[in-house]
Design a protein around this ligand. Structure first.
Ligand SMILES: [Zn+2]
Length: 194
């Protein structure tokens, strides 16, 4: 389990920012892990702000909601740059569904961390074809701490790291409902891939 390298109030002089990325397939518990870290930061009396791309309107507009229904209020934003303006003087910036932002999010994450903030991002590392989901590879490269979480293959019960799309839709971004995707291991993903 991820343990914070440092947490709690620090003077402006001591503040050192860093980047954490939580990645994995659908149903792997990425958002739950993001919420766990943000809740711990709140207990440590850190000022926390949470953002997500406004494309993800599956659930409540202002909540980061995970499949197990633990929720934290979040702000939907249209552009990655908006996060810099809205983050203000907070200590910790959480970003969910980060794979839906464009390449500008790489710059934004660096600017926030360079200014002394702890940046925690959660996102899909591969698309439904099993290809790296931009801009995740670049975010993984610039992060100090990377956590890959795994789901359980819905076909065989092994560890799963692929998101298998059950429909024939070909667009890359199809915001997922539970009935449209299954977590799959490599073998079961390849067996049924169209
Ligand atoms: Zn399997």
């Amino acid at each position: 389990m991820f343990i914070e390298p440092s947490i709690g109030k620090k003077s402006q002089h001591e503040k050192k920012g860093h980047i954490e990325v939580i990645c994995g397939s659908m149903f792997s518990g990425k958002t739950e892990e993001l919420i766990r870290r943000l809740n711990r930061a709140l207990i440590a009396r850190q000022k926390v702000e949470i953002f997500k791309p406004s494309i993800d309107k599956r659930y409540h507009e202002f909540d980061v909601v995970s499949h197990n229904e633990s929720a934290i209020r979040s702000t939907p934003v249209n552009f990655a740059d908006d996060i810099i303006l809205l983050a203000g003087d907070c200590d910790v910036v959480g970003i969910d569904e980060v794979q839906f932002f464009d390449q500008q999010i790489i710059h934004v994450a660096a600017v926030l961390a360079n200014s002394g903030k702890r940046v925690i991002m959660a996102g899909l590392d591969m698309d439904f074809e099993g290809k790296p989901f931009d801009p995740m590879p670049q975010l993984l490269a610039i992060a100090e701490y990377v956590t890959k979480v795994h789901a359980i293959c819905m076909k065989c019960g092994d560890l799963a790291s692929y998101s298998f799309r059950l429909s024939d839709a070909k667009e890359k971004v199809m915001v997922g409902e539970k009935e449209s995707y299954e977590a799959r291991c490599r073998k079961c993903f390849l067996e049924d891939k169209k």
